[in-house]
Write a new protein. Structure first.
Length: 369
């Protein structure tokens, strides 16, 4: 695929404040060309293993390779398969085999170049090898730039469930070149927007309003709205993670839209619906559920539905029985002592976490059809 010419903008930096494990997120159009400088400036040197897949390597491998070589780093590529099927213990172990074979040392660097899949598996391998080597995330999808590369969750899937195996492991630095979004399939971009909308709903009504005002420019990937959007999402996630790194309280609000979303995603066998598409529907439905429980106004539901629609996402639950949905919702990781906990909006920018009763959800489901 032809790459668009290098385009620079000013660099935005978001600090993630985690004491000794603090790190910066750098956001800039054209940043891939400066990866070598970024690593050097943060005091890193030596060998760099780049974990990526063939799609991303073909698009961006040579830019990253020459940028690193220019600063005397010695890059080496490891490819994993494209998509979710790479997120297995088997592939994590293959990455580690290569690190052992190359006699990688604790001071060498592991760099993830790709979307959430590559970031999750590479971070997990980095956390395990010699009990942890420096890890850099270079996020190339919208999901990775607003969500997965920030917060230190790494891991792989078990055959009985997604992300069941993993570790909290913070990177040394996260780099985001907004230009990489230009080669991303439209469907992936739109799916990423679901998580963006989520941040507005859970944390920042002004940001939600910004999305309402700029959604068309965002869909066209105009530089300034895109940079601002990524920065704001990273700030919000960084803020939430700094307050609750290990998800014992506040971090749960990031699961807004995900109780119903995960259920729909698992029912579609992780194939028909991609994660963000399921979260888009989940947010509208959870807002509607909150309205039916008397927790928010109808205006909240309307604004939630409209922005989801304008972003190009669906909002309706596919045809199914309540019992099917309820069973799938019970498999969610956020079930505590058998109770389903769900994040519900109280207003735009404000949510709370409530236990769900089967009776009231059933009533809502019957009425909303
Ligand atoms: N760790 C976390 O906190 C966290 C949060 C959210 C999601 N995740 C995980 O992230 C994964 C989903 O991430 P994703 O949506 O980025 O999917 P992905 O990594 O599979 O990327 C989507 C597709 O885009 C391709 N791609 C990547 N960058 C590209 C580019 N610039 N141009 C063209 N194609 C490109 C990929 O090869 C892939 O085919 C899931 O496994 C999910 O569990 C983790
Ligand atoms: Zn999500």
């Amino acid at each position: 695929m032809k790459q668009s010419p290098r385009q620079n903008s000013s660099r935005l930096t978001v600090p993630v404040d985690l004491g000794q494990r603090s790190y910066p997120i750098h956001i800039q159009a054209g940043l891939l060309h400066d990866i070598g400088d970024c690593l050097q400036q943060s005091g890193l040197s030596g060998r760099v293993v780049i974990v990526t897949n063939s799609i991303v390597r073909q698009l961006y491998g040579s830019i990253v390779n020459s940028s690193l070589k220019r600063r005397e780093f010695r890059p080496l590529f490891i490819e994993v398969p494209d998509g979710e099927r790479a997120k297995t213990l088997g592939w994590a172990s293959k990455i580690i085999d290569q690190l052992v074979a190359q006699r990688f040392e604790r001071s060498d660097i592991l760099l993830a170049l790709g979307g959430g899949v590559v970031g999750d598996i590479a971070g997990f391998a980095a956390s395990m090898y010699v009990r942890g080597i420096p890890f850099i995330q270079v996020a190339t999808t919208l999901v990775a730039q607003v969500d997965s590369s920030v917060g230190g969750k790494t891991g792989v899937n078990h055959r009985l469930g997604k992300n069941l195996i993993g570790a909290f492991y913070q990177p040394k630095m996260v780099l985001m070149d907004t230009q990489t979004l230009r080669t991303l399939p439209k469907r992936e971009l739109v799916a990423g927007l679901a998580e963006v909308i989520k941040y507005g709903m859970i944390y920042d009504r002004h940001f939600f309003q910004y999305l309402e005002d700029h959604i068309e420019s965002i869909l066209k990937l105009e530089t300034h709205p895109i940079q601002y959007l990524i920065k704001r999402c990273c700030e919000i996630k960084a803020d939430v993670v700094a307050k609750d790194e290990r998800e014992s309280g506040l971090r749960r609000i990031l699961n807004y839209g995900h109780t119903i979303g995960h259920a729909l995603e698992s029912m579609s066998g992780y194939r028909k619906m991609i994660h963000g598409e399921a979260v888009g529907i989940g947010m509208v439905q959870e807002a509607d559920l909150a309205y039916s429980l008397g927790l928010c106004s109808s205006k909240v539901v309307t604004r939630q539905r409209e922005i989801v629609q304008r972003a190009g996402l669906s909002w309706q639950i596919p045809k199914m029985k309540f019992s099917e949905l309820w069973t799938a919702m019970q498999h969610d990781k956020k079930v505590v002592n058998g109770n389903i906990h769900c994040v519900v909006p109280k207003a735009i920018g404000r949510v709370s976490v409530i236990p769900l009763e089967q009776k009231s959800v059933k009533k809502w489901f019957a009425q909303s059809r």
